[in-house]
Write a protein that binds this ligand. Structure first.
Ligand SMILES: Cc1cc2nc3c(=O)[nH]c(=O)nc-3n(C[C@H](O)[C@H](O)[C@H](O)COP(=O)(O)O)c2cc1C
Length: 342
């Protein structure tokens, strides 16, 4: 045995969705901190900052819904919507059992409506001790005599698809490609200079037409500059709260195959985003070129010379949500054509 970094390694854990009613509306949250509390109860641990706590503390009821692979993409959407209006996403159809404020997900393989028997509060979390009132199972996971058929019931485990794919691929190397997400909420924590340099090194490793390396990079960390930069479009407000942003610039002086510069910059941007995942950071690509008003706005803010054209801004930082970068399956066979179309 080799001693490794001290972490909790009861992994993978079950992927579940907790449901309740908050301010009269159904609300959901994806929870992986779930465990047994003695033989007849469960403990569900939820960070105090999450808005679902309001409903849970008021109602003292919740549903605990197991997730299967068919639900995973929507469960991940739920995570990225955290803090936004997840009700508006109409993510799951639901029904009520005995308890009015414990909505049960109709398509969940297993769903339990529960009363909250006790709450153990720590500085950061509410640990809800819950007692199931009733359990519902989808018929296709049951045997003829109504018991769970474990050959048919395959609950999702946290991080499962990524694990599966990586083992298929024989290593961890490509994980960032699959787990990268646009991350728009960051901790109030500076990004170290060494990490910024690694991001820029990764960007510069990208392919470019004729190896012209037409990209340059403007690193912005000054709070006032970040706030001004955030005004470049209605969709870039997160820059104001990001510890750093990198403006990707196309340099006319470096271009020998000018018609290809957007492709050079696109490849550099993606490399940078992938390296951010590797470094435990979260980042989002914000489009600039070819929208002239955004290009002009950035030019004015930083008094850029004419030969540098802003292509994109990457806002980045340590993600607020530790699961911010996660796998979302986008495989779509209908987008692939072999030899001919149709
Ligand atoms: C060219 C381009 C422009 C984008 N512009 C914005 C933007 O202005 N604001 C934003 O929040 N996200 C922006 N994004 C991020 C996309 O919204 C995001 O990549 C997409 O929704 C897929 O989600 P994912 O990145 O989490 O996989 C942009 C992405 C690209 C490639």
């Amino acid at each position: 045995m080799k001693r490794i970094e001290k972490t909790i390694h009861i992994y993978p854990t079950l992927d579940t969705v907790v449901g309740t009613v908050t301010d009269g509306r159904v609300s959901w949250m994806n929870i992986v901190c779930v465990g047994m509390w003695g033989p007849e109860q469960m403990v569900i641990s939820i960070g105090k900052l999450h808005c679902i706590n309001k409903g849970l503390l008021e109602n003292r009821t919740m549903s605990v819904n197991m997730v299967d692979e068919s639900m995973l993409a929507r469960v991940r959407r739920l995570e990225t919507a955290a803090g936004e209006d997840e009700n508006s996403l109409h993510i799951f159809d639901y029904f009520s059992g005995e308890l009015s404020s414990a909505p049960l997900i109709a398509e969940a393989p297993l769903a339990m409506e529960c009363r909250i028997a006790d709450i153990i509060e720590t500085d950061t979390h509410y640990n809800y001790i819950v007692t199931p009132v009733d359990t519902y199972a989808r018929e296709d996971i049951l045997t003829d005599i109504g018991e769970i058929d474990y050959d048919k019931y395959h609950p999702a485990l946290s991080g499962m698809p990524a694990i599966k794919m990586n083992s298929d691929r024989g290593g961890k190397k490509m994980e960032a490609i699959f787990n990268r997400r646009s991350v728009r909420q960051y901790q109030d924590r500076a990004v170290e200079d060494e990490k910024l340099e690694k991001l820029l090194r990764a960007a510069m490793q990208a392919p470019s037409a004729g190896n012209q390396q037409s990209s340059e990079f403007l690193v912005v960390r000054d709070r006032d500059s970040l706030e001004r930069l955030s005004g470049m479009s209605p969709y870039s407000k997160m820059i104001a709260k990001a510890p750093a942003a990198i403006v990707l610039l196309g340099s006319a002086k470096r271009m020998r195959y000018a018609e290809n510069w957007e492709q050079d910059l696109g490849a550099a941007a993606e490399n940078l985003l992938l390296e951010a995942v590797e470094l435990g950071l979260g980042a989002v690509w914000l489009g600039v070129h070819p929208l002239e008003e955004r290009v002009d706005y950035i030019r004015r803010q930083f008094s850029l010379p004419d030969d540098l054209r802003p292509f994109a801004v990457i806002a980045l930082g340590y993600p607020q949500n530790e699961n911010a970068n996660h796998f979302e399956d986008r495989w779509d066979a209908s987008r692939v054509h072999y030899e001919k179309i149709g």
